[in-house]
Structure formats: structure tokens, C-alpha cells
Design a protein around this ligand. Structure first.
Ligand code: 2P0
Length: 330
């Protein structure tokens, strides 16, 4: 019907997200089904805007643009994107034109695959007029990159691992809680590309780390603590649990063979800085992903205190500045 008609183009924005209870380990690789459920916060205005349209009938390749420049089809970026588009071609010969822009400062070390595949999924939804709800959109975005399942929403997001071998119950939902005073500080300690990507890193950890055997139980407990803390507005429990969960994930990485060490000296210095601030009465917590950069969790009232120690941090107010004009699913 008309409501579902294909449009000339689909355009959408999706935010980057930071996990508070981390996704590290898959139960199935093709569908990016995680071993454990995870919980994240979307970072408001930072993210990806993508426009997708159908290429002219004669086109033999997809056309991919990143930040205004054409991307060669042989690059890993274009290949991964085109493999995802393969899932959505109305006929095998159909080709797309995709233009994608990240407004994440390129040096910030934030994962752009999450916001990238979420924005592309939302843009395809608009192009084809599907008008899908958030959970099925999260399932489609997950096929591009696991953490993209969480980037189809703003705010606190829970991604359910599910049990179904086909991923029918592996979807993300937005949690209703809103914390306007929450701040996320981004400390870019090193802008170099990481040596081992997330997919390879988590597979190596799952295959070789003995500590990883306890990781699922750790996440089960931490996820419940975080959900309780968010519901209760208990920032201390929230921050302490998020920080501890990140440390546990890095313990499994270090226990992989060969070991995965994502930290630099500056990473460790920042962790000590966070502890010293806390000891001095400024409540701030840290989390770290598969890279050297540190993200800080604190409240509006402590921003000046945290900045005194980390003058170069970028600060996001996830519930104050969401750019949700096109990030629509509820
Ligand atoms: C997370 N990370 O929960 C964790 C913490 C990295 C460390 O989600 O293989 O890029 O595409 O599903 O989504 C990064 O993993 O991996 C990630 P794939 P993805 O944020």
C-alpha cells in the first residue's frame, strides 16, 4: 500500500553507544548472536548519518561514500557494507548508492560500526517504507555488527542475548529510565587504529581464555545490578558496576592466548586518575572498550571537578543532547 511504498531515498541518523555491561563473545557468528545480554548508553549527538538510494539500472557495483569521499569497492569497509546490503537487494542485480557521514571526532576512538550499521538499517527502512518497530530494526542492524543492535535507540538500551538459534529473541529494547544529569566523558589517549578488531578479539578470547568461562556469570550478575541501579537512580552502584564489568572483560582479554592488551600507559594513568578523584570525593567511574581510550561516567554536578583532572575530555550529556530527529524507534 501507499504507506509502504518505496521512497526516492532513505535518510537516517543513529548514535554511537558505550556498553556498561559489555558484549564480548558470540554464541553464533553469522548472525552476531552474543553469548550474553548487554546494556549500553547511546551518546546523543555523536553518530552516523546515512543516505541510501537505488542506483541506476545499469549500475554493476554499489557506490559507497564516507564523509564525502568515494570509497573503493575493494576496501574492507566497502566490502562489509556491501555484504550487508546483499541482505536487502530486491533483485540480485539491484545496486545501491550509500553516503555515510560520521560526526564522531575521528580521533575519539568510538566504534563507528555500531552507529554505521544502525543508521544504514534505519535508512533502508525509510527507503523501502517498511516502518518497522525498534526490536526488528535492532535485529537487522545486528547482522551488520553486533553492537549496532543497541544503536537504533537513544538512552539506556538492553540487548537481549536470547536463546533461539535463529536469533528470533535476540533483540534490543530501550529502557524507560532517563537520567538528565548523566555525563559521559571521552578521553582520547591514542587515536591509532587498534591492532586486533573486536570480532577477532572476542573469538580469540572465547576460544583460549580460561577466565572467559566465568564471564557469562559475571555479566548476568552485573546486568542485574546495573538494571537495579538505573531503576533506583543509584549512581554509585551504577558507576562501580560498569567500571568493574569493564575490568573483568579486560581480564578475559589478557587471559587470551596470545594475550590481548588494548591498554596504553595513558590508559592506566587515566584509571589511576579516576581513582584519585574518587578518593578525593569526586564521583567518577571509568569504562574501556576494545581499545586504549577511556570513557568516564559522572554527574553534571561533578563536571568541573572531573575536567580539572582531565582538561582535554569531550563531554556528552546523553539525555540532554540526543540528536533523535531521525532515530525514531521507540
Ligand atoms: C561492547 N564491544 O559491548 C563491546 C565491548 C567492544 C568491547 O561491541 O563482531 O564491533 O561486529 O559483532 O559489535 C564491539 O563489537 O563486534 C563491541 P561484531 P562489535 O560495546
Amino acid at each position: 500500500d501507499a504507506a509502504r511504498a518505496e521512497q526516492p531515498e532513505g535518510r537516517a541518523f543513529a548514535p554511537v553507544n558505550i556498553a556498561l555491561c559489555k558484549y564480548w563473545g558470540k554464541r553464533e557468528e553469522e548472525l552476531n548472536l552474543p553469548q550474553c545480554s548487554s546494556l549500553s548508553i547511546s551518546l546523543g549527538p555523536l553518530g552516523t548519518e546515512t543516505v541510501v538510494r537505488r542506483a541506476d539500472a545499469g549500475a554493476t557495483e554499489d557506490r559507497v561514500e564516507l564523509n564525502g569521499a568515494c570509497v573503493d569497492a575493494s576496501t574492507p569497509f566497502a566490502r562489509r557494507l556491501c555484504a550487508f546490503l546483499d541482505l536487502f537487494r530486491p533483485d540480485p542485480g539491484a545496486r545501491f548508492e550509500v553516503s555515510t557521514k560520521n560526526n564522531v571526532p575521528t580521533a575519539a576512538g568510538l566504534a563507528s560500526s555500531a552507529s554505521g550499521f544502525a543508521a544504514l538499517t534505519l535508512a533502508l527502512d525509510r527507503l523501502f517504507g517498511w516502518k518497522l518497530a525498534g526490536p526488528p530494526l535492532s535485529q537487522l542492524a545486528r547482522l551488520g555488527s553486533g553492537s549496532a543492535a543497541r544503536s537504533v535507540y537513544d538512552g539506556f538500551v538492553l540487548w537481549h542475548a536470547g536463546r533461539d538459534p535463529g536469533g528470533a529473541d535476540c533483540l534490543a529494547e530501550r529502557l524507560p529510565e532517563v537520567w538528565p544529569e548523566l555525563r559521559v566523558g571521552i578521553l582520547t589517549v591514542c587515536a591509532e587504529a587498534k591492532e586486533t578488531g573486536s570480532t577477532g578479539g572476542m573469538n580469540r578470547t572465547a576460544a583460549t581464555s580460561v577466565l572467559f568461562r566465568e564471564w557469562a556469570e559475571r555479566c548476568r550478575v552485573d546486568l542485574q545490578l546495573l538494571r537495579d541501579a538505573i531503576r533506583a537512580g543509584d549512581f554509585t552502584r551504577f558507576g562501580a558496576t560498569a567500571e568493574a564489568n569493564a575490568m573483568s572483560m579486560h581480564a578475559t582479554m589478557l587471559d587470551a592466548r596470545p594475550p590481548l592488551l588494548y591498554w596504553r600507559a595513558e590508559t592506566v594513568a587515566a584509571l589511576h586518575g579516576v581513582r584519585e578523584l574518587r578518593d578525593a570525593g569526586t564521583e567518577v567511574y571509568a569504562t574501556i572498550d576494545a581499545g586504549p581510550n577511556v570513557k568516564l561516567l559522572f554527574r553534571e554536578r561533578d563536571e568541573a571537578g572531573v575536567r580539572g583532572r582531565f582538561p582535554d575530555m569531550d563531554v556528552i550529556a546523553p539525555f540532554r543532547q540526543p540528536r533523535n530527529d531521525s532515530c525514531s524507534p521507540r
